[in-house]
Design a protein around this ligand. Sequence first.
Ligand code: 1GP
Length: 265
Amino acid sequence: MESAVSKHMRANGRCRHITLIDPGKQDLDTAAKRAMSAVQAGSECIFIGGSTNTSNDVVHATCEAIKEAFELRKFAASQDLDSNEDEWNVPVILFPGGGHALSPAADGILFMMLMNSKDRKFLVGEQVIGAPFIEKFGIDTLPAGYVVCAPGGEVGRVGNVDLIEKDDAALVRNYALTAKMYGFQYLYLEAGSGASYQVNPELIKAAKSVEGLTIIVGGGIKESSQAALAKQGGADWIVTGTLTEEIEDYVKLESTLKEIISELN
Ligand code: 1GP
C-alpha cells in the first residue's frame, strides 16, 4: 500500500513548494523557526540537506527540532477552533549529500541517483552505504533521479557532473526516460544552490513529457516570476533554499515565501 508520505509527495496536478533547510547553516532554533514560517506561508514539504560535510548528528538534531516544533503547533491548532491542525502535517524529507546525512526522525528520504555524475560514488556508492541505515530506520524511500543542469554550482563541481546545457531539452528527456525505466518516481532538475540562472522551463517541459514522473525543480529561484516560469514549464514541486537563509526576519520570510507560493496556486 502506498504510504502517506508518498501520496503527499506524488504529483497531484498542483504545483507546490518545498523549503530546503541546510542543517549546516543555522542553529536548531533558527531551523525550526524558518520551517514554521515556511509552513505558515504555504510551503508543503521541508527538505533537509544540502552541504556534503554535515554530520549525522547535526542532520538528526535538525530533523527532530523541526518535527517537534510542528507537533507543538499541531497540538495548539487542535485546541483552537479557528485553526486547522492539518496545516502542520508537512513531511520532513531528507535530501542527503551522501550516505552519512541521515536521520530516523525524518518522514522519508529522497533516495537519489545523481544521474549525470561521472563518479560511481554518486551514482550508487553513497547509496550502498546509506541503504542499511535507511532499512533500520524504516523511513519511506522516494526513488529519484537527480540531474544537474547548468550552471550547476557547488553540486555540479563536487558531484563531478557532466552538466546539461540550458538548451539541451532532448538530453533531459532521455534522462527522464531512463529514470522512468529504472522505476524512479521523481526527477529533480537542479541548477545548483544559489545559481545565477534557474533551470530553463524548456528543460522542465521535456522532462514532464515523460509520463508518470513527479518533477522537482530547484536552484536559483528567489522571485515569484521565476517560480511562475518553473510552473509554466510543468514543475510539480519548486524548491527554494538560499532565500530562506538570506532573510533574517521571520515575518519578512513568511511574506516573501507567500508571494512565491501564491504564483503556484
Ligand atoms: C538546491 O535546488 C536547491 O539544491 C535550492 O536552490 O538554494 O538556489 O534556492 P537555492
